[in-house]
Design a protein around this ligand. Structure first.
Ligand SMILES: NC(=O)c1ccc[n+]([C@@H]2O[C@H](COP(=O)([O-])OP(=O)(O)OC[C@H]3O[C@@H](n4cnc5c(N)ncnc54)[C@H](O)[C@@H]3O)[C@@H](O)[C@H]2O)c1
Length: 369
């Protein structure tokens, strides 16, 4: 196995705490010969501002561009809240996403059996839920021109944002969704508002054309975004892969995430274009933030970060067996009733961040030897 370079940017708050547990797992997998990862670390967010006066240095940015995959913890915290907009910790994260051209954001909404009771929906609706939302991340109304706030001749003010998509932007993110569907349940729901938006109509037409040309084995359905929001809380198990634009994806992925219980359980991946030889830029990170309210107290749930690492194994390196092994270990630990505070339930065993890491490692050893 050739060595792969992983850049770890643990960030602020609970970022370094949860990342410590991931590094233990990386060491364990390297030690067992399951992976051959060379890990280097860098600063992003508030800690980078403190050290270098910027939330991301050019040097760290270049290392991210050169890495085979980047794993990020979380950024931000009250200490840096009053900085100028351009220096805020989040700008480091946004620059990583932008310069790496990460146009496809993958947000799984997966309900672990042991946690199904924690969902806001009834158990029978969410048990076994496994949805993958693919959100377009670099286009659409968050970036479209013209934008701004202007004053009209009559003194009234007008705010403008532009929803805009080109065929190539639609096709590249739809390809990611169809490729994923082929490895899952072979079903894609493409979500827009083609009834009231031309950009939505173009989205619908291009996704259909792509499916007919290249992905006839995948079942495709089109759905309006408002209906999708309703269906997600009505019968969420009808979905396999959902592909949608930046704005609708922002809302729908958060909605789907909450079907699954805690923020501390949610991983994500952001993928860039194919660089040839099966390589693509990729950033993996938990959905949660730096949780300043519990930082430094050994209370954070490391599973979102650990499951983000599992996504890295799966999507950057095709290490499916290793990813399955780690997912199974997490499942077994939860089934055994081991819980951090955010997912605690009656009769379960409370552990801290370290304790959850210990339990995952013990389970990996039990499953693999
Ligand atoms: N991707 C990122 O790095 C990212 C994302 C969101 C927010 N932020 C930043 O994080 C800071 C805090 O933001 P916030 O409080 O709105 O969101 P947050 O996700 O940090 O925390 C929200 C709540 O969830 C809890 N929580 C989050 N992750 C947890 C975990 N792994 N285990 C247990 N509990 C967990 C926190 O204790 C808190 O009560 C802000 O500076 C914000 O800008 C960063």
């Amino acid at each position: 196995m050739t060595a792969k370079n992983i850049l770890i940017l643990a960030g602020d708050g609970i970022g370094p705490e949860v990342m410590t547990q991931v590094k233990r797992i990386i060491d364990w997998m390297n030690g067992k010969g399951l992976t051959n990862f060379v890990v280097s670390e860098g600063l992003v967010g508030g800690c980078s501002y403190d050290a270098h006066g910027t939330p991301l240095t050019d040097e760290t940015m270049q290392r991210a561009m050169d890495a085979d995959a980047v794993l990020l913890g979380a950024v931000g915290g009250p200490k840096w809240d009053n900085l100028d907009f351009s220096l805020k910790p989040e700008r480091g994260l946004l620059r990583l996403r932008k310069d790496m051209e990460l146009f496809a954001n993958l947000r799984p909404a997966l309900v672990f059996d042991a946690l199904a009771e924690a969902s806001s929906l009834k158990l029978e609706l969410v048990k076994g839920l496994d949805i993958m939302i693919v959100r377009e991340l670099t286009g659409g109304v968050y970036f479209g021109q013209p934008r701004g706030i202007e004053t009209l001749p009559n003194g009234e003010r007008r705010g403008i944002n532009t929803q805009v998509y080109t065929t190539s932007e639609i096709i590249r993110v739809a390809e990611v969704a169809f490729d994923l569907a082929r490895k899952r349940g072979s079903k894609v729901h493409s979500v827009e508002k083609a009834n009231v938006m031309e950009s939505g109509l173009l989205w619908r037409e291009e996704v259909q054309k792509l499916r007919d040309a290249k992905y006839q084995d995948v079942h495709l359905e089109h759905m309006y975004a408002d209906n999708c929001a309703m269906q997600l809380v009505r019968t969420p198990r009808q979905f396999d892969v959902i592909v949608t634009d930046n704005l609708f994806g922002d809302l729908l992925s958060d909605c789907a995430a909450m079907l699954t219980g805690s923020l501390g359980m949610l991983p994500s991946a952001s993928l860039g274009g194919d660089l040839g030889g099966g390589k693509r830029r990729a950033l993996y990170e938990p959905v949660h933030g730096s949780a300043p309210d519990i930082a430094g107290q050994n209370k954070a749930n490391p599973l979102a970060c650990i499951l983000s690492y599992s996504m890295m194994l799966r999507y950057s390196f095709g290490l499916l067996k290793e990813a399955d092994l780690l997912d199974q270990a997490a499942q077994n630990v939860l089934n055994a009733g081991i819980r951090t505070g955010d997912i605690m339930a009656a009769g379960c065993t409370p552990v801290g961040t370290d304790g959850m890491g210990d339990a995952i490692l013990a389970e990996l050893t039990k499953l693999h030897g």
